[in-house]
Design a protein around this ligand. Sequence first.
Ligand code: ADP
Ligand code: ADP
Length: 235
Amino acid sequence: SATISLHDVTKCYTIRGGADVVALNHVNLEIEAGAIHGIVGQSGAGKSTLIRCLTALEHPTEGEILVGGQNLSALSEKELRLERRQIGMVFQAANLFDARTALENVAYPLRITGVSKEEARAKATELLQVVGLRGRENSYPSQLSGGQRQRVGIARALAAKPSILLCDEPTSALDSETTRQVLALLQQIRDHFGVTIVIITHEMEVVRSICDSVSLLEHGQVIETGKIKDVVADP
Ligand code: ADP
Ligand code: ADP
């Protein structure tokens, strides 16, 4: 697992013919290795920008980001490609290839990093077991429930043995029972593999149920951050 720190990170987008948009405004954030950290904010708060900065798809206008002690702005493109493999992404709608089976979806990221077909299939089978989908290897996404598709997405995100899982609204498309199951799986993955998990969400309930710490983002600023019990009062 890896620590994530943001030091005074500002990200401005320059719009042609318009004023700059300040998407992140002097953000300071410390996420402990092995923690489950929630980032909560309304639409437009800067959550997606924060994710794109963590994966170095965007570069901060000011400030620095350290992932596992490495300063992202000091890395070359080649080093960044390796760094990105340390980060597994889980999306709201799982973003699976519909024409590929569950097994093929999970094996795919391994194949593109040069793992042999045999080994990738064996590893994908094992990961599908980890997420509770033994026996569904040959199912296509359309044959799976929303929760099962999200499990495939999680298995795929784990394939490269990341030290960080970035989950972007992982349960927003799920009903409350399925949400509980997917969150329990994420917790189990953290406990078992020790990955640092960042969950971006607008649902306070998600944060309350599994996060150790949380940051509240509003208009690009962290308005509150800390241990869950200090930030989120019981309902
Ligand atoms: P969230 O994910 O919380 O909805 P975003 O990071 O997408 O927030 O957006 C934060 C702010 O930055 C918003 O005002 C948004 O309109 C603006 N923004 C995001 N991406 C771009 C972009 N590529 N160009 C210009 N403005 C952007
Ligand atoms: P190995 O080196 O044989 O892969 P490990 O002790 O590293 O063994 O891991 C045990 C199992 O857990 C292996 O199947 C491995 O692929 C898997 N694993 C380890 N770390 C992670 C991780 N961060 N994410 C997903 N799977 C992992």
